[in-house]
Design a protein around this ligand. Sequence first.
Ligand SMILES: Nc1ncnc2c1ncn2[C@@H]1O[C@H](COP(=O)(O)OP(=O)(O)O)[C@@H](O)[C@H]1O
Ligand SMILES: [Mg+2]
Length: 173
Amino acid sequence: MKKRYPRTLSSGANNTVIALTETEVGKLYTGDTRSDIGSEAEKMKFANTVNALIVKFIRLDELNEDAEMLVMERLYPMDFRAYEYEKRELWLEVLEDELRELHKAGFVHRDLRRPSDVVGFKFDNVFLTSTGFRLIDVGISALKTQVGERLFERYVTQELKELEEFRTFVLER
Ligand SMILES: Nc1ncnc2c1ncn2[C@@H]1O[C@H](COP(=O)(O)OP(=O)(O)O)[C@@H](O)[C@H]1O
Ligand SMILES: [Mg+2]
C-alpha cells in the first residue's frame, strides 16, 4: 500500500489534502508541483474578493522540509440527494449567478467536471454545503489578465457547458 500522510482527506489526481483542524485543510505541494502553489494561492485570493463561491484561502505554510501547503477553509460536503428538487434548483441558481459573477470579474474555474479519462467522481470539485454549492481546486483556473480575452472567452463557453451538465446531473438523481 502507498504511504499515506497522517490525517489525509484525499490523495486525488494531483495533490494530497490533509485535515489540519476542524476548520482548516492543507493542500500539499512537493517536488515538481511546488512551483504551482503561489499561482494557485493568487487565483484563490482573487476569486475570494469577488464572492464566496470559491473555497477561502487562509495562508501559505510548510508541513515539513519536503512539503509546502496551501491552507484553506475546510468544507464538509453533503449529498444533494437528501434534498428536495426545489432546494436543489435554488442552489443551482445561486451557483450559476456566482459563477457568472466570477466570469465577469475575469476569473474562470475550468475544472467543474473532471475529464472523462480521469477516474473518480465526475464533479468532485463542486461541494454542496449548508450554505449552498462551493467550488474547490483552482489548480487550472485562469485569470483574464493572464490568458487574454480570446482564451478566456473560450474557457467561459466551456464552463457554461459543464455547468449545464452539472445541473442535469444534480436534477436527474
Ligand atoms: N477545502 C476543502 N475541504 C475539504 N476537503 C477538501 C478541500 N479541498 C480539497 N479537499 C479534498 O481533497 C481533494 C483534492 O483536492 P483538489 O484541490 O481538488 O486537488 P486535485 O488537484 O488533486 O484534484 C478534493 O476532491 C476533496 O476531497
Ligand atoms: Mg480536484
